[in-house]
Every structure is written in structure tokens, then in C-alpha cells.
Ligand binder design. Sequence first.
Ligand code: ZN
Length: 187
Amino acid sequence: MILPIIAYGDPILKKRGIEIDNSFDGLSTLIENMWQTMYKASGIGLAAPQINQSIRLFIVDTIQTEDEKKKKGFKGIKLVFINPEIIEETGEHWKFEEGCLSIPGVREDVERQSMVKIRFLDEGFNECEATFDGLNARVIQHEYDHIDGILFTDHLKPLKKKLIQKKLNNITIGKVDVDYKMKFPKK
Ligand code: ZN
């Protein structure tokens, strides 16, 4: 089932999600719905708060981008992250233009470190620990922020944020061109 994606301005996007355990009701359906919703919106990552669930869960599929990145020898991932915990971020700081399904039409450079070591549970609640770099790290860092109630726009310098404030306000009231289902806080 395709779920509406919660738009910028909704308080749930500013809330820290809570941890879940394997008695969480309807988890496999929720994850399946998240994949469907993400693909429908042509996304490569989606966090639970973006579909109105304030829990520590996100999904990532960067395998979709392998074709365009083939020349660089890029290897994508398709993973479910439950109760993740970033252990450390290392490597050089690099800028990358980020976007977000909750903030359509806005793309801005965000600086983050290039590598992330993370501990998490997969969809079968198996304990995993791995280190990711490049685009994989970037998407994980962006989605991890979501479950802490942080949006990529929170990383922008005040002047930059001011320049896009009008666009952000418009998203809040649903004044935005978007080809997937969204829920706007003030519409
Ligand atoms: Zn996002």
C-alpha cells in the first residue's frame, strides 16, 4: 500500500523516534508499505517519521543508482535499519546535493563525513554492524537524521535557509508540484 509522505512543517518530522522490538504490530506490512511508497516516489531512502510513524526505522536502496554510477565502481545496498546506532563517522568532509521526499523541489549541498560505522537490526531483528562510504553513507546519515527529528535543511547556514524559506512555507501549505501522494500539515 502506498502511504502519503509527510511534508515539511509537520511536527512528527521534528520528533525523535522511539525504539521498537519484534512485537511491534504489523512490522513486516509497514516495511513492505515503506518500500512501495519509496519506489513510487522515486526515492533511495525513506524513514518511518516520513510516513507518520515516530519510530527508529528507515530503509535504503541505492542499488537503483548503480547503473548511472557504474563507471565509478559503485556498489549499492538495499537494507532495512531498525534501532540503528551510529558508532562513528570518519573520513573527509564532503559536500553533496541532498534532497528529501518530505521537501520536494528543494536540493542543497550538505557537508557530511564520508564514512559511517553503524550498528542496527535488520528486518529479521538480526544484529548487524557495518561501515559504509560514499552515497551509501550519505543516504544512511540523511535517514538517520530523520529518526532523530533532523532534516537536511537544519544543516544549512542561516543565509541559505533564509533563501529557501518561502519554498519551505509553500510546501507546508501544499503549494508545491509533486507527483506522489503527500500529507501537508496546513492544507
Ligand atoms: Zn529525507
